[in-house]
Design a protein around this ligand. Structure first.
Ligand code: ADP
Length: 250
């Protein structure tokens, strides 16, 4: 069953077509990598799924609810984390979780906060101000915040950027475990192709607002005559016309 269905999505900024007839789905338990060079339309797509930007046309359905018609229900089980959106540094971990939990109208908030503090190994930082935590600890708090409303759809924009490789590996394992255990669908953007090959079940390569390629990150490079996912990424960025697009209609 798909948690997220994007259908023929378009976004026009004046003369610029940022997203151009994009269609894809994310299943429960699935981690889908959204890849592509700068300017391909990833951020615009994520912002439309989060309800921050209005599409020019097309539809977005989350957990069976049309975002344009049933916004509250569609976004109620969605959440987001990104390194460029840190939590307020002058609030403690517990205060941040409380504020966001109230914004999301989480029921039994006190218990839910204890659960995410435990799950993300943050109990000892409960009363520490977020601003003084290390970047790895802050990443764990951002993920704990993103799990507060028990999302069915999680949007992660470069969730491990700026983390050292050992912490990044831990965070990836935690997210994978969460998706598997709770049937969460994850849309993951990253420029780290080794990470993508390790964590994503499937990837989409965007180019000029469209899906150029779709497939398993472990086999897609060889299918397109490139030795690694990074080489394939470079080819998509520099010579998109040399790539034979995936047929998304089947
Ligand atoms: P990515 O996240 O893949 O780097 P974006 O979604 O940020 O790509 O951008 C896609 C295209 O839309 C780019 O050509 C970018 O310049 C353009 N764009 C993005 N935001 C705006 C905006 N607010 N106004 C005008 N053009 C924009």
């Amino acid at each position: 069953m798909s948690i997220l269905a994007v259908s023929d999505l378009c976004k026009q900024y004046g003369p610029t077509t940022a997203v151009n007839g994009l269609s894809f789905q994310v299943g429960s338990h699935e981690i889908l990598g959204l890849l592509g060079p700068n300017g391909a339309g990833k951020t615009t797509t994520i912002n439309m799924i989060l309800g921050v930007l209005e599409p020019t046309s097309g539809s977005i359905t989350i957990g069976g609810c049309d975002l344009a018609k049933r916004r509250r229900q569609a976004l109620g089980r969605t959440n987001f984390a990104a390194v460029y959106a840190p939590l307020p540094g002058n609030l403690t971990v517990a205060q941040n979780l409380r504020v966001f939990g109230m914004l999301y109208a989480v029921s039994h908030l006190r218990d839910r906060i204890e659960t995410v503090l435990h799950d993300f190994d943050l109990l000892q930082f409960r009363d520490t101000k977020c601003g003084v935590l290390s970047s790895g600890e802050q990443a764990r708090v951002a993920l704990a915040k993103a799990m507060l409303n028990q999302p069915r759809l999680l949007l992660l924009d470069e969730p491990t950027a700026s983390l050292d490789p050992s912490i990044a590996r831990e965070i990836r394992a935690t997210i994978r475990q969460f998706a598997e255990r709770n049937g969460v669908g994850v849309l993951w953007t990253s420029h780290n192709m080794i990470e993508v090959a390790e964590v994503c079940h499937r990837v989409l390569f965007l180019s000029k607002g469209k899906v150029l390629l779709e497939g398993d990150p472990r086999t897609l490079p060889q299918e397109n005559n490139h030795p690694t996912l990074e080489d394939l990424f470079v080819a998509v960025a520099r010579e998109p016309l040399t790539i034979r697009p995936t047929d998304m209609s089947s």
